[in-house]
Design a protein around this ligand. Structure first.
Ligand SMILES: [Zn+2]
Length: 327
C-alpha cells in the first residue's frame, strides 16, 4: 500500500463511443493536485461544468453509474473509475466532450494499460484511507453487500445467473495495482441478447456491439473470440464494485463481500458506510523500520482529515467543496 497520494505523470487521451448514447466521445485524463480527488469536467458545454467523483453526485444506478451536477451528467463512470483507483491514482481530472465515458472494449483494460504506461507521480500529501472497524451490511431481497474489517482491500464476489454459461461464479481477490491489472481490468461487461434488444428499443445500449460487450444468448457467447477468462462475468462484477467504491473519495480498507449485487446495492453500501461513522476510521500509513504500518489519524494529521471528512457528508453539510478541485 502507498503511503503517499499519486497522480499521473502526464495527460493521456482516449476516443470512443458512449455505450448507451452511441455518441462519439473524446476523453482526457490529466494530472491533478494533491487532495483534489477525481473530478469529471464536461468540456462540450458553454460553462465548464465540474462533477466530483462522489457518491453524493450519483443520480442513476440502473444500467450504469451516472453522476450529475444539477442537470449536467456524466454516465457510465464505473470502468474508468475502477481503472484509476485500481491502478493507484488518487488525484486526476477527467475531461470529456459528451455525457458518457467511452465504453472502449467494455472493460477497464484500455484505461489501465495507458495509465500504467504513462506511470504515476508521487505527491507530497499522505494518502488518507477509510478503514472499516466493524461490519456494515446492506441486504435487498436476494442481494447482499457486506464490508468487514481487513488490513488491505479485498473483494469477494458471488453471482448466480439462471444461464448455463454463467450459473454460479465466485471469486475472492486481494486488490493491488498488480492484481487489478492482471486479473480484473480486462474483464468485459456482459449482457443477454434479449436484454440488449429491449434496451435498444428503449434508446439505450445504442453504442453497444460485440466489440465492447460479451453478449450471451441461450446457446452461448456470441463473440467469436470467446471469453477472456472462464469466469469473466464475476471478474467484471468485481471491476464494477471497485469503480463504484471510488465514489467514497478515498481508498477503503476492508473486505467487501458482494452477492448478486449491482450498482444500486454498491450505492446502498456506500450510504450505509457514510451513515455509520462509528464503524470506520481514517488512517494513513507510516514507516516503522522496514515495515509500513497503519496508524489511526491523530491531531497531527487533522488538516488532511478535515479536507477528506466533509466529502463523506451530505453536500449541504460540507464546508469544503470538492468541486473546486484544481489542476
Ligand atoms: Zn461494468
Amino acid at each position: 500500500m502507498d503511503i503517499f497520494q499519486h497522480t499521473i505523470r502526464k495527460s493521456v487521451s482516449f476516443a470512443g463511443v458512449g455505450l448507451h448514447s452511441g455518441n462519439p466521445v473524446h476523453l482526457y485524463i490529466k494530472p491533478a493536485a494533491p487532495d483534489s480527488g477525481i473530478c469529471f469536467v464536461r468540456t462540450d458545454l458553454d460553462s465548464r461544468v465540474t462533477i466530483p467523483a462522489s457518491l453524493h453526485r450519483i443520480s442513476d444506478t440502473r444500467l450504469a453509474t451516472t453522476l450529475s451536477s444539477e442537470d449536467i451528467q456524466v454516465g457510465t463512470t464505473e470502468h474508468l473509475l475502477a481503472a484509476l483507483i485500481g491502478m493507484g491514482v488518487d488525484n486526476a481530472v477527467v475531461e470529456l466532450d459528451s455525457d458518457e465515458v467511452p465504453i472502449m472494449d467494455g472493460s477497464a483494460g484500455p484505461f489501465a494499460h495507458l495509465l500504467k504506461k504513462v506511470e504515476r507521480q508521487q505527491q507530497k500529501s499522505k494518502r488518507v484511507m477509510l478503514k472499516v472497524t466493524k461490519e456494515i451490511s446492506v441486504k435487498n431481497g436476494t442481494s447482499e453487500v457486506r464490508i468487514l474489517p481487513y488490513d488491505g482491500m479485498k473483494v469477494t464476489c458471488n453471482i448466480d445467473f439462471d444461464h448455463d454459461m454463467i450459473q454460479k461464479q465466485s471469486l475472492s481477490l486481494e486488490i493491488t495495482p498488480e492484481s487489478f491489472f492482471q486479473e480484473i481490468a480486462s474483464a468485459r461487461t456482459f449482457g443477454f441478447l434479449h436484454e440488449v434488444e429491449y434496451m435498444r428499443q428503449n434508446g439505450k445500449a445504442l453504442g453497444g456491439s460485440l466489440d465492447n460487450a460479451v453478449v450471451v444468448d441461450q446457446d452461448g457467447v456470441l463473440n467469436v473470440e470467446g471469453l477472456r477468462f472462464s469466469d469473466e462475468f464475476v471478474r467484471h462484477k468485481i471491476l464494477d464494485l471497485i469503480g463504484d467504491l471510488a465514489l467514497l473519495g478515498c481508498p477503503v480498507l476492508g473486505h467487501v463481500i458482494a452477492s448478486k449485487a449491482g450498482h444500486t446495492q454498491h450505492f446502498q453500501l456506500m450510504k450505509a458506510i457514510v451513515g455509520n461513522p462509528d464503524c470506520w476510521q481514517f488512517v494513513n500509513l507510516t514507516h516503522n523500520g522496514n515495515e509500513s504500518t497503519l496508524e489511526k489519524m491523530v491531531s497531527s494529521t487533522r488538516e488532511v482529515r478535515n479536507k477528506i471528512k466533509p466529502f463523506l457528508l451530505p453536500p449541504q453539510l460540507a464546508p469544503f467543496n470538492r468541486a473546486s478541485c484544481s489542476i
